[in-house]
Design a protein around this ligand. Structure first.
Ligand code: ZN
Length: 120
């Protein structure tokens, strides 16, 4: 008689074989309570680019980061790796992010990417 672990393992393997998106769907639901269809609808609504910087490159092999409010758990958008890490480094604190932008502007950075490039 199979153990519960073996039954669960067999179930997951069968589901994965039936549906290539099984694990993706499960992860999205368990972590964010969002369906795969809603996730794609969100990406489509963003124009298939990062919700912050607008790049069409997620920045890693795993694809877009599903950004969520760490307190409420609500999904806010899909971000590239850099923007997702940036928000995390600033503790998802809007005031801190605004102060960082003000800091950069004090030293002459303008709002274009080219304005922020080092001349080296
Ligand atoms: Zn980005």
């Amino acid at each position: 008689m199979p153990t519960n672990y073996e039954r669960v393992k067999a179930y997951r393997e069968r589901k994965a074989a039936e549906d290539q998106t099984f694990y993706r769907r499960r992860t999205l639901w368990e972590r964010y309570r969002i369906s795969l269809e809603d996730w794609y609808a969100l990406l489509d609504a963003q124009g298939n680019v990062c919700a912050i910087c607008g790049t069409d490159d997620p920045g890693n092999k795993h694809g877009w980061h599903t950004d969520h409010d760490p307190i409420t758990g609500v999904v806010r958008g899909l971000l590239c790796r850099s923007c997702n890490q940036g928000l995390g480094k600033f503790s998802d604190d809007p005031e801190r992010l605004v102060r960082a932008a003000d800091y950069l502007r004090r030293f002459g950075a303008d709002d274009s990417i080219e304005g922020r490039r080092c001349a080296r």
